[in-house]
Design a protein around this ligand. Sequence first.
Ligand code: NAP
Length: 330
Amino acid sequence: MDGCLEASLSPLCIPQYVLGCSGRRMPLLGFGTAASPPVGSQLTKTAILQAIELGYRHFDTASLYGTEQPLGEAILEAIAVGLIKSRDELFITSKLWCSDAHGELVLPALQRSLKNLRLEYLDLYLIHWPVSSKPGIYEFPIKREDFLAMDFKAVWKAMEDCQRLGLTKSIGVSNFSCKKLGDILAFAKIPPAVNQVELNPLWQQKKLREFCKANGILLTAYAPLGAQGTIWGSNRVLECELLKEIAKQKGKTVAQICLRWAYEQGIGILVKSFNKDRMKSNLEIFNWSLSQEDVKKINDIPQSRLCSGQDYISKYGPFNTTQELWDGEI
Ligand code: NAP
């Protein structure tokens, strides 16, 4: 895969990808911090420390998740106890929430995230969803009447300014379709380095993968296991009979089959587990491979989204239907 190289920092040698524009190295397997239902700061911090100890070096948070603060505390403690020498050994992603997705609010939002994280810079800052909402209101789900169309030009320019100021090494988007990415690319001075979307064997995003590859954008998977147990996901991936069959034959878990498959597709992956055994087994995917036959079987699985994006649809607009949100990619 273009831009991929072996890790020098991670004890487990998680392969890394050199992001376009910034040249920053992103570990291709990262740790998600969004728990559903939320578990509180102390448990989050403990899980993150365990993850650092096990070898995770890439952490995904967002102002929405309420995990920036515990992540910041875990980083300080990891340095204090010698798990890592400095923050530079980590790759930290955070995201701009919809109510801050207004040109003049982007920089203050990033500064707040940095304060929560007690960091001087992020490695990656993403627009969380391609929609804005009324400024000053931090709520989820967003009230239907509070949605607003995003001024992509103004917001993206502000994101570019954040990178120029050195407050984030790279910028990108999340939950963007090919069409919406194309809209950004049409005027971007700094193109998005990453698009973070739902991606797993049941929703493989083949069209978006092609588009991102052609445009030098790293597609990164959230819900790679289908986000079982969360309000946005389901158990359909981990309960898929074909995946269970392949896992049994190979002596792996279904989760490992999903993660290995995603890795072999040349994308980034974010997986969340706050359970130490599962955190560890989710990392054990780099010293074996799937057979061509298994990959073909997985690639032929009938496709449907698990995370519909229904929470971002409003009769008041800008997206009246999921068709409009995903530009038909459903
Ligand atoms: P996920 O990683 O596919 O699934 C997480 C769920 O699977 C948790 O309930 C976890 O429970 C369980 N799990 C983890 N490893 C397992 C294993 N080996 N066997 C069985 N169950 C396992 O889904 P996700 O959390 O939605 O996605 C990962 C990260 O992506 C999030 O944490 C967040 O950082 C990011 N994300 C971004 C967006 C976005 O809009 N950009 C949306 C959703 C998520 P335990 O903790 O109990 O193990």
